[in-house]
Design a protein around this ligand. Structure first.
Ligand code: SAH
Length: 412
C-alpha cells in the first residue's frame, strides 16, 4: 500500500460549459434575457431540467424556434452515460458518466421498498488518500461543478419517475454523497447542490433535508461551516478508528484534524440540528475490528448524539485487507450496543458491479474509450446504503435508529 499525499486543491481543468444549474435564479433569468428571450423562460428551462427532460422536442412550452438555442446555451448535456450495470434484479443500478473533458464518475441508484437512494460523486477521484478506498487510491482528478453533481441526482429522479427501475414508476427520496470524492473539499459546489436538492419542485428536486446525507472524512472547518448554514441534512463522519494512532493511517486527514476534533465538530452539528450523526466504520479484519477497539469506540460515542454504521470492508484491488469475519462483526456490534451506542451493519447488496462504498474507481481517460471501475475478481461485494441488518440475531433486519445512511427519513 503506497501512501499517497493529501490533496486539497483540485487541479484546474477546462471548465464545463455554462449550465442553468450552476446559476442562481436571477443569473439564469439574466442569461435568458441576454439571449433575447423573456426572463420567465429560465423558469421553464429549470422545470424541464429538474423533471429530467433533455430532449428539446419535448419542451413544448417553449417556442419551437428557440428550443434548441436555449437548451444548447443553458442545458448542455454535461453527463453522458457510458454504461449502466445492474444488480439485485435491477434494483441497484450503477451508472458510469463521462464528463465534457473525458473525466469519469459514477453514481449508484438503489431502490428499496420504502425509498430510493442515489449515491452521487462530488469529485472525479479523491484527494483524501484513504488506503482502503479505491477512489482514494486513484487520486484527485478535479472537482465537479454543481451542475455535474446535481445532474446525477436529476438523472436518478428521472429514472425512478420513468419506471426504469423494476417496481414501477417511483420517486427518488434520498441522496447520499458517498460516491467518488470528498464533498466538503468541494464545498461551494456541494452547497449549491444541497440547495438544488432541497428546493421544492419545479425549481429543485424537493427532497427532505434529513433524506440528504453528506459524508466526510472530517474536514473540521467545513463541518463547522455546514453547521452555520442552518441546514438539517444528515451528517456522516467516516471515522474507521477510535484512536488517533490507527486513524492516522486509515484516514490520513486525521493527522490534520484528529478524532476528538472531528467528533467535537460533529457534536456541534448534531446539537444544532437535534439529530444524530452517523459514524461510518469499515470493519477491516485484524486492523480495526478488535474487541478492545469496539470498547474504545463505545466509550467514545456513548454520550454523543451519534449512531454507528458498520460497513464490512469492500476489498479493493491490490489491497492486503479484507472484511472482518461475521463472528468479529457480531462481537463488535454487541460491544457497541452494550455501551449504549445505536449500531447497525450495512447489509449486502449490489454484488458484482463494484458499486459498493469505496469501490468507485472509474479511471480518468481523457481520450479514447473509457474503462470502468476496477474489477474485483472472485469477491462477493456488499452494496452501499442498506437497511441495517441486525447481526446480533435479536432484533431482526431492520429499521431502528441508525439504519444505514439515507434511511433515517423513513423513520421520521
Ligand atoms: N469522502 C467521503 C465520502 C465517500 S466514501 C467520506 O470519506 O466520507 C463513503 C464511505 O465509504 C466512507 O465512509 C468511506 O470511508 C467508505 N469506504 C471507502 N472505501 C471503503 C471500502 N473499501 N469498504 C467499505 N467502505 C469504504
Amino acid at each position: 500500500m503506497t501512501a499517497l499525499p493529501l490533496v486539497f486543491d483540485a487541479p484546474r481543468r477546462t471548465k464545463p460549459p455554462r449550465h442553468l444549474a450552476d446559476l442562481t435564479r436571477e443569473e439564469a433569468r439574466a442569461a435568458v434575457t441576454e439571449l433575447g428571450q423573456p426572463a420567465f423562460r429560465a423558469d421553464q428551462l429549470a422545470r424541464h431540467f429538474y423533471a429530467g427532460v433533455t430532449d428539446p422536442a419535448q419542451m413544448t412550452d417553449l417556442p419551437a424556434a428557440v428550443r434548441e438555442d436555449l437548451t444548447t446555451a443553458l442545458l448542455p448535456g454535461l453527463l453522458t452515460p457510458v454504461r449502466h450495470q445492474s444488480a439485485d434484479g435491477g434494483r441497484t443500478r450503477k451508472t458510469l458518466w463521462r464528463l465534457h473533458d473525458g473525466a469519469l464518475v459514477e453514481s449508484v441508484l438503489m431502490r428499496y421498498p420504502e425509498r430510493a437512494t442515489v449515491c452521487i460523486s462530488s469529485q472525479a477521484g479523491c484527494g483524501m488518500a484513504c488506503p482502503f478506498c479505491a477512489t482514494g487510491q486513484s487520486g484527485l482528478t478535479r472537482n465537479l461543478s454543481a451542475a455535474e453533481i446535481i445532474g446525477q441526482a436529476v438523472a436518478a429522479a428521472a429514472a425512478m419517475a420513468n419506471g426504469e427501475i423494476p417496481g414501477g414508476p417511483g420517486r427518488l427520496s434520498n441522496v447520499v454523497f458517498m460516491g467518488m470524492g470528498e464533498p466538503l473539499a468541494n464545498y461551494a459546489r456541494v452547497r449549491k447542490t444541497l440547495d438544488a436538492l432541497l428546493t421544492p419542485a419545479p425549481h429543485g428536486l424537493g427532497l427532505a433535508q434529513r433524506s440528504v446525507t453528506v459524508s466526510t472524512v472530517g474536514l473540521v472547518p467545513a463541518i463547522r461551516k455546514l453547521t452555520e448554514e442552518g441546514l438539517n441534512v444528515t451528517l456522516a463522519v467516516s471515522l474507521h478508528a477510535p484512536d488517533d494512532e490507527l486513524r492516522d493511517t486509515l484516514v490520513p486527514i486525521n493527522t490534520r484534524w484528529n478524532v476528538g476534533e472531528v467528533l467535537g465538530a460533529a457534536d456541534d452539528f448534531a446539537r444544532r440540528t437535534g439529530r444524530r450523526y452517523s459514524v461510518e466504520y469499515a470493519l477491516i479484519r485484524d486492523v480495526n475490528d478488535q474487541p478492545f477497539r469496539a470498547d474504545l469506540l463505545g466509550k467514545l460515542l456513548a454520550k454523543r448524539l451519534a449512531h454507528v454504521n458498520l460497513i464490512p470492508l469492500n476489498p479493493t484491488p491490490g489491497s492486503k485487507w479484507d472484511a472482518s469475519p461475521l463472528p468479529a462483526q457480531q462481537e463488535f456490534v454487541a460491544r457497541l450496543r452494550a455501551a449504549g451506542v445505536p449500531t447497525t451493519v450495512r447489509d449486502t447488496r449490489g454484488s458484482d458491479i463494484d458499486g459498493a462504498c469505496g469501490q468507485l474507481a472509474a479511471a480518468d481517460q481523457v481520450d479514447g474509450v473509457p474503462s470502468i471501475a476496477v474489477p474485483v475478481p472472485g469477491t462477493d461485494l456488499p452494496g452501499t446504503d442498506l437497511p441495517g441488518t441486525d447481526l446480533s440475531g435479536t432484533g431482526g433486519a431492520g429499521v431502528e435508529e441508525g439504519v444505514a445512511l439515507g434511511a433515517e427519513s423513513d423513520q421520521g
